[in-house]
Design a protein around this ligand. Structure first.
Ligand SMILES: *Cc1c(COP(=O)(O)O)cnc(C)c1O
Length: 483
């Protein structure tokens, strides 16, 4: 690579300078930042929730917008001197509204989990708190009598929420016990059909009719198919629930117009939450989109449940959203799905078992039980071979959520690097080679282990070298040379 000062790119110049300045204060941090780039370049990343943000997005995060306190929203701040944060937030929010066709966009959430918490409180405020205030003739909660306030608190804390079960691919924040959502709501999950692995809308409908949730959540972290949000909205309307869609995983496919009509959550749901760093390819963060009727309550996210807005991160969200409005992003989204299909077909052709038998989106859920290993063992053996994935439970998983029987694979990151379908087919071959070469290593007692494994001689070396050949064809951050 040329480091000639005449041809050095602005990105290389920016990062070399940044690392030099950081290194003067804490060399360990500068070294870790460089090492992370080296590691990311050298691994075949199939983690379905990860991606590579552009240099412009990354650079927008490191500056003095971070030094400003700006609690509240545009024009309604708790601090003085927020004009530039107002500008940044207005640009980000306009890009979000235009990109997704949403009536309202709130760009402050620090992550997907935070976005969901903002959304839950906004729906509770809109559906429970506002009517209670009105009934008591009060303008705000501080005007309520002790008795009315006690009653309101009890009803805010006793609502019902229904979301996709964890083992069917739902997310912890959709009402499950280890998360605050499972403690604030009385929860019931809906699953997938045990035969097909597909979402069964009739089963969701009858469960919703019986349970009558205030909030029906649709969205997932590990479901390899599309969801018909128009049908989910019908079900929500039938039972008086508010439909909230968490598109954290597939927002890039919505932005890139791969998911349209009944499969686009934005026109079908009242409130839509997302992360910005998964298929959307922005900085780590979240967004809440939705109907104008929820706007006031959504905008109270900070300081209701969020700490002060991160102006630098919102700036990076604006840059990423501007990128996602370019025609090239539609092409990117299309290629993510084509690549996932090529990966699924490559795995199936080589005898693998996939949950639901394939994919319609950006991810594939591989059932590894046929290879006689747990998800945990498969994940470790693949990592040793240069392939980064994560273990994931499959429906009715006999190994539970910790060891699991599945591996989740996604194509957003490799698609960003420029991988195409024939290369994903080769990736499928590498994965199957590793899984066929992996076996359980019994614990010292001789009993089966869910953790330890043996990888047949030479497999890791061969797969690592073939992975390196594939990676060399598609360099990561080609405009950045730190040497
Ligand atoms: C990843 C994810 C989240 C959480 O996002 P964080 O940014 O990690 O907080 C929430 N919901 C779903 C469906 C997700 O996949």
């Amino acid at each position: 690579m040329s480091t000639d000062s005449g041809t050095i790119t602005p990105e290389s110049r920016a990062y070399r300078a940044a690392l030099e300045v950081i290194g003067q204060v804490e060399p360990g941090i500068a070294a870790a930042i460089s090492a992370e780039l080296r590691d990311q370049r050298a691994s075949l990343k199939l983690i379905a929730s990860e991606n590579y943000a552009s240099p412009a997005v990354l650079l927008a995060m490191g500056n003095w917008l971070s030094d400003k306190y700006a609690e509240g929203t545009i024009g309604r701040r708790f601090y003085a001197g927020c004009a530039n944060i107002d500008t940044v937030e207005a640009i980000a929010s306009e890009h979000a509204r235009e990109l997704f066709g949403a009536q309202h966009a709130y760009v402050q959430p620090h992550s997907g989990i935070d976005a969901n918490l903002v959304a839950y409180w906004a729906i509770l405020a809109h559906r429970i708190e506002s009517p209670a205030l009105e009934q008591a003739g009060a303008r705000q909660v501080n005007d309520l009598s002790e008795q009315d306030w006690a009653q309101l608190r009890r009803s805010l804390g006793n609502q019902r929420l229904m979301g996709m079960s964890l083992d069917a691919g739902g997310h912890l924040t959709h009402g499950f016990r280890p998360n605050i959502s499972g403690k604030m709501f009385d929860q019931r999950g809906y699953g997938t059909d045990p035969q097909t692995g597909l979402l069964d809308y009739d089963a969701v409908r009858s469960a919703a009719k019986e349970f009558r949730p205030l909030i029906l959540v649709a969205g997932y972290s590990a479901y390899p198919r599309l969801i018909n949000f128009a049908v989910m909205r019908e079900i929500a309307d039938e039972v008086g629930a508010t439909l909230m869609v968490d598109m954290a995983h597939f927002a890039g496919l919505v932005a890139g117009k791969v998911l349209t009509g009944d499969f686009d959550p934005v026109p079908n749901a009242s409130v839509v939450t997302t992360t910005t760093h998964k298929s959307l390819r922005g900085p780590r963060g979240g967004l809440v989109l939705g109907d104008a009727e929820f706007a006031d309550q959504v905008d109270r996210g900070c300081p209701m449940v969020l700490g002060g807005p991160l102006g630098n991160i919102i700036a990076a969200k604006a840059v990423a959203l501007a990128e996602a409005r370019q025609p090239s992003f539609r092409d990117y989204a299309q290629r993510i799905v084509e690549n996932a299909r090529a990966l699924a077909e490559g795995l199936l052709r080589r005898g693998a078992t996939l949950v639901t038998g394939g994919t319609d989106n950006h991810l594939v859920l591989l059932d590894v039980s046929g290879y006689g290993v747990t998800g945990r063992q498969a994940e470790s053996a693949l990592l040793e071979s240069g392939i980064v994935t994560n273990r994931n439970s499959i429906p009715q998983d006999p190994n539970g959520a910790w060891f699991t029987s599945g591996i989740r694979l996604g194509t957003p990151a490799l698609t960003t690097r420029g991988f195409g379908p024939s290369e994903l087919d080769e990736v499928a071959e590498l994965i199957v080679t590793v899984l066929k070469g992996t076996s359980q290593k019994p614990a010292a007692s001789g009993s089966p282990s869910k953790v330890h494994y043996i990888l047949a001689d030479g497999v890791a070396a061969e797969v690592n070298s073939r992975a390196a050949d594939l990676l060399a064809k598609h360099p990561l951050y080609p405009s950045i040379d730190l040497s």
